[in-house]
Design a protein around this ligand. Structure first.
Ligand SMILES: Nc1nc2c(ncn2[C@@H]2O[C@H](COP(=O)(O)OP(=O)(O)OP(=O)(O)O)[C@@H](O)[C@H]2O)c(=O)[nH]1
Ligand SMILES: [Mg+2]
Length: 457
């Protein structure tokens, strides 16, 4: 057990409390109290005490005889609560004072201020959630796009955990077949057929590869795709940025060189969260401040998922596409700005140029579609029936598991290593998956081996 886990177990004796809603002015706030002493602590302050669990009771919260608030109280007895421990939820009036005074009163009676994420951590330690589901709760709260909301909900529902548990199950199955073969090579059935083991390995490798293939799209959904708006000064980049954002965030003037620093804002395109970046116009300049801004633009270009090369004329577009191509490996979308000014000019009716006007809104949807398509063709679309890997932690763990299984496959095929040694790779893959899910039970393989034995053997 890690020292962190040991600390978690020791702290499980504490009853923790926190305001679950954000600090600040609001109609309501939720105070959550959870732990072995939750009921005893809350009973010192709440009257009347709810007569039944999971039913809302209008009560008064007191401290030393003084009324703190009229609140709605709900009891969630363990283990049927979010954390698995007895939990009291107090729905109070909002604002700065009321929720904080209730928390202070309950702390004076023995509760402890919860650490960040501690309620969810308890849910994991009490077996209510696995680590992947706990991460999904964090992602759901952080979600700034529908795509992330869907991915987090599916992970919370256990989609990814179930797949990984199945994989772990398959690995343990394979381990036990090999162990059985080693221990009882002259059984009546004869040795385990090699092609059966080959097929099981191939199935696991295919399943891991399919999951790993979702990582680029999954990580992009969680982190957002950096979309850099680049182009010559005065091309209308900041205007386009504001239009895509739906609000006036960047300063727009007719003076070339207005934007000096990169500005970033998130737009939900429906499919991907886009981290739109407005940048300083690219040009040769002696102005040191503008030069610094251009350097920042170039850095953003290097890390872009997609570049919008913007210009209001054909020559400007060619130059921008060219310089974007040199600074970035991302797909470049050619965007002809200010389409309202000189519509249908021949030189700009060329193919693969999206025409937009920040003033009329023309072409903005086409541009969003083009961005979504460019991202999907570079990073892949999420297969609807597959959970997504949304974190580098998931990708690294599954890559390690895949490497171990491939090493087993090779050793098995070449009969290079004795079977017990080769199966060390399978054990390593099982550990990696267990660590990823947060479910560790090494006795499983023994259970499998002995469950197929006859009584008395
Ligand atoms: N008619 C028309 N004018 C536009 C449009 N977009 C921008 N402009 C005008 O073009 C000028 C420059 O716009 P900005 O958005 O500041 O251009 P920019 O590319 O950010 O410029 P820098 O920050 O200097 O690099 C302003 O006067 C805008 O009003 C458009 O779609 N139609
Ligand atoms: Mg600008």
């Amino acid at each position: 057990m890690s020292p962190g886990a040991a600390a978690g177990v020791a702290q499980l004796q504490d009853t923790i409390i926190a305001v679950a809603t954000p600090t600040g002015m609001g109609a309501l706030a939720l105070v959550r109290l959870s732990g072995p002493g939750a009921y005893a602590i809350a009973q010192k302050h709440i009257r009347p005490w709810p007569s039944e669990p999971r039913a809302v009771q209008l009560s008064t919260v007191y401290n030393l005889g003084e009324v703190l608030d009229r609140s709605l109280i709900t009891l969630f007895p363990g283990p049927y609560s979010f954390t698995g421990d007895d939990t009291v939820e107090i729905s109070t009036h909002g604002g700065y004072l009321v929720p904080a005074s209730i928390v202070a009163a309950l702390i004076s009676s023995g509760a402890r201020q919860a650490l960040p994420g501690e309620f969810t951590r308890r849910a994991v330690l009490n077996g209510k959630l696995d680590i992947l589901q706990a991460e999904a709760i964090g992602d759901l709260i952080d979600a700034r796009s529908q795509a992330m909301q869907h991915a987090a909900l599916s992970q919370l529902d256990g989609g990814l955990s179930r797949r990984l548990l199945q994989l772990r199950e398959d690995l343990i199955g394979l381990e036990s077949i090999i162990a059985y073969d080693i221990d009882f090579p002259e059984e009546d059935d004869g040795p385990v057929p090699r092609d059966k083991i080959e097929a099981a390995i191939a199935k696991m490798i295919a399943s891991l590869e399919a999951l790993l293939a979702t990582a680029p799209a999954g990580e992009l959904i969680r982190e957002g795709a950096v979309v850099v708006i680049a182009g010559p000064p005065n091309a209308g980049k900041s205007s386009l940025f504001n239009s895509l954002l739906g609000r006036s965030r960047a300063i727009v003037t007719e003076i070339p060189g207005t934007t000096r620093d990169a500005l970033e804002a998130v737009v939900d395109s429906g499919k991907w969260p886009l981290r739109l970046v407005d940048t300083a116009g690219l040009r040769d300049t002696v102005d040191p401040i503008e030069r610094l801004g251009i350097e920042v633009s170039e850095r953003y270009l290097a890390g872009a998922a997609v570049v919008l090369a913007c210009a209001e004329n054909s020559a400007g577009l060619d130059l921008t596409i060219d310089s974007a191509g040199r600074k970035s490996t991302a797909p470049v979308i050619a965007v002809r700005t200010k389409a309202d000014l000189a519509p249908h000019r021949d030189d700009l009716n060329r193919e693969h140029v999206v025409q937009v006007s920040a003033h009329t809104g023309e072409g903005l949807q086409n541009l969003l579609d083009a961005i979504n398509n460019a991202i999907a063709s570079k990073y892949g679309e999420a297969a609807p029936d597959l959970p997504l890997l949304t974190r580098a932690r998931h990708r690294q763990a599954l890559t390690t598991a895949l490497v171990e299984i491939r090493q087993f496959q090779q050793a098995w095929r070449e009969e290079r290593l004795p079977a017990p040694v080769a199966s060390v790779h399978l054990r390593a893959a099982v550990y990696v998956l267990e660590e990823l899910i947060g479910a560790v039970d090494v006795d499983d393989v023994l259970d499998r081996v002995f469950s197929s034995f006859c009584v008395g053997k």
